[in-house]
Design a protein around this ligand. Sequence first.
Ligand SMILES: Cc1cc2nc3c(=O)[nH]c(=O)nc-3n(C[C@H](O)[C@H](O)[C@H](O)COP(=O)(O)OP(=O)(O)OC[C@H]3O[C@@H](n4cnc5c(N)ncnc54)[C@H](O)[C@@H]3O)c2cc1C
Length: 381
Amino acid sequence: MRRTLYGPEHEALRATAREFLQRTVVPRMDEFVANRGLPRDFWLEAGKQGLLGLHVPDEWGGGGSEDYLFGVVVSEEFARVSASIASCYGIHSGVCAPYLVDLTTEAQKERWLPRFCTGELVTAIAMTEPGGGSDLAALRTTAVRDGDDWVLNGSKTFITNGYSADLVIVAARTDPSKRAKGITLFGVEAGMPGFTRGRKLDKVGQTESDTAELFFSDVRVPDALRIGEEGRGFIAMMERLVQERVGAAVSNTAHASQILDETIEYVKARKAFGTPVGSFQHNKFKVAELKTKIDVTQAFVDQCVAAHTARELTAADAAKAKWWSAEVQNDVIDECVQLHGGYGYMNEYRVARAWRDARVTKIWAGSNEIMKEIIGRDLGL
Ligand SMILES: Cc1cc2nc3c(=O)[nH]c(=O)nc-3n(C[C@H](O)[C@H](O)[C@H](O)COP(=O)(O)OP(=O)(O)OC[C@H]3O[C@@H](n4cnc5c(N)ncnc54)[C@H](O)[C@@H]3O)c2cc1C
């Protein structure tokens, strides 16, 4: 179906992202998988192409755009190449950027944003803890005021870019007597005494991204590096999770769509019983169903993207887009594996990697169950 959201200026940026990915990422995918992470030169080159700070004001080295669609076209191109690299990129440029642009002081902007845009400063956000991620308001990492500093103690887990990040936005409890209203955000920088990281976690999929546990043992964070107001961290996260979730939906849909396109080419070429496997009625109907699912999902996600661009997207609609697209992506790619036969189970085939990469999208950024909680609550249930 013809999509109507994008103009020539968005398509020009899409072409830049595509060229960057084909030149810098595609030839080195095996290296990234083997290292279970992205090298610094990936970030520096993305910075050079202007892909990292699209929505950061130009005075701090960014693209200065307030048009969300620019971020969407780049995310789509990343997801078409690798859902895993899309997640690393998305955390930095789509998820962390709004915190660092909206909530920071001038001094913090000067300290972080120029290097954020060049790729010299890679970012992560640490909400989830070993004790739980869904019930964010119950987090246990503490920050206790001591003079001009806060002293952080606790740990976080499953943090995307966590192993390599230079700056981590950390959610910590500053008032133990309150739940959601007792949480504050801090900028914790690599090298701060007491801030250490565990190994790169060994994941089922998403091999190209580094995911790590983070440990805070009496880390002294100056109050000058507190992000946003004391006690407003939970609200700041809830406000920005809408963008994180619609961003996840964009990536889920683009990833599934790309893998289906490649599968259609495969079933046209692969023969059994002297005829292309795609010509058997069962497979033809299956592919027709998958294509329909993608197109219908894309229409809803595009509608959510348009609403978010107009600053009108609700938390419930973002939740619908997130869980639905994750489900569709997993269903579609699972059928794509089936259509590839035995080759679909081989790691050297993209479809196999995509299948493993897709699974986590039903869990992260708020699990599908939590998305349904949000929708249910919105319905007054
Ligand atoms: C690869 C990867 C990358 C990640 N990146 C990040 C990151 O960058 N930053 C970050 O902060 N976190 C990150 N996460 C963490 C992720 O957001 C959490 O794993 C997720 O929110 C679920 O939390 P949990 O794992 O503690 O599961 P739990 O909260 O323990 O939930 C366990 C199960 O119970 C279900 N459940 C919980 N509460 C309810 C309820 N009320 N009703 C119904 N079912 C419920 C859940 O849906 C889930 O199925 C990442 C996770 C992974 C796997």
